[in-house]
Design a protein around this ligand. Structure first.
Ligand code: ARG
Length: 265
């Protein structure tokens, strides 16, 4: 073999090797961002979130994404034998990020709803929630119906926004639709809205962490129970099976209850 030929065949070997390697990462259509090991099994998944939602998903002073949802997903990942990496997208960009395969799935206290199920797949539920109303301490509001002639702040395109739309009219100018839940609450504190409506854990956490802000919580039995699920691109059965397997394990071994304090069937 001449030197030139030897170099050429070495090049060919390197090229085919790198093609094989490239194939590993992108092997299955469903999890473009997921990393697969030598046997093709998924070893790592990228998770998108809206980290403005304490105590569920938020950032600590160092910029780490933390919270109850993060603890839950870490436990699911451990049970399923995979690693996870979190990326903060914000609430509205999260949905296209899942659809376009920029992330393998989303965790963000996302309520499983029939409308969302038309566009996405959801894992089995891992958390139960309901809407709560937050009003200034001197407010005369005692029920959701009392908000009928009031201005109501919500996080845009959340279930809080949807139920408020059912009460006030979907496109009502009485709805103050904010990009994040903390901004929605601020709109109420600043007097731009009479109430804020959102998921119970987040509303309760706000009141707990802001004892100097004079607000009160209003419960209403007309709010239906909501169930959070992890949200995936439609048809991504490989990742779905892994996540549901992890959820099953942490439900059965008590880990989920240890994190959240309650059972979800
Ligand atoms: N559970 C509500 C929904 O699915 C609100 C979730 C908002 N989550 C967030 N991280 N901002 O619409």
């Amino acid at each position: 073999m001449t030197k030139r030929k030897r170099l050429l065949s070495l090049g060919a070997i390197l090229l085919s090797f790198s093609l094989v390697m490239a194939g590993c990462g992108t092997k299955d259509e469903g999890s473009k961002t997921g990393t697969a090991g030598e046997d093709g099994k998924i070893t790592k998944l990228v998770v998108g979130t809206d980290a403005t939602y304490a105590p569920m998903e938020y950032m600590d002073e160092k910029g780490n994404i933390i919270g109850i949802d993060v603890d839950i997903v870490n436990a699911i990942a451990e049970a399923a034998g995979i690693e996870v990496e979190y990326k903060n997208y914000g609430w509205e960009p999260l949905f296209p990020a899942v659809k376009d395969g920029l992330v393998d799935f989303a965790v963000s206290s996302i309520t499983i709803t029939p409308d969302r199920q038309k566009e996405f797949d959801f894992t089995n539920p891992y958390f139960e929630a309901n809407q709560l109303i937050l009003v200034p301490e001197d407010s005369d509001v005692t029920s959701f119906q009392d908000l009928k002639d009031k201005k109501v702040a919500v996080q845009i395109n959340t279930t809080g926004h949807i139920v408020t739309g059912e009460l006030l009219g979907k496109t009502s100018s009485q709805i103050v639709a904010a990009e994040t839940m903390p901004i929605a609450i601020l709109e109420m504190i600043n007097g731009n809205a009479d109430a804020a409506v959102g998921d119970n854990a987040v509303i309760i956490d706000y009141q707990k962490n802001n004892p100097n802000v004079k607000v009160k919580l209003i419960e209403d039995s007309s709010f239906e129970k909501e169930y959070y699920g992890l949200m995936l691109k439609k048809g991504n059965t490989e990742v779905m099976d892994l996540l549901n397997k992890g959820i099953k394990i942490i439900k059965e071994n008590g880990k989920l209850k240890e994190i959240t304090g309650f059972d979800v069937e």
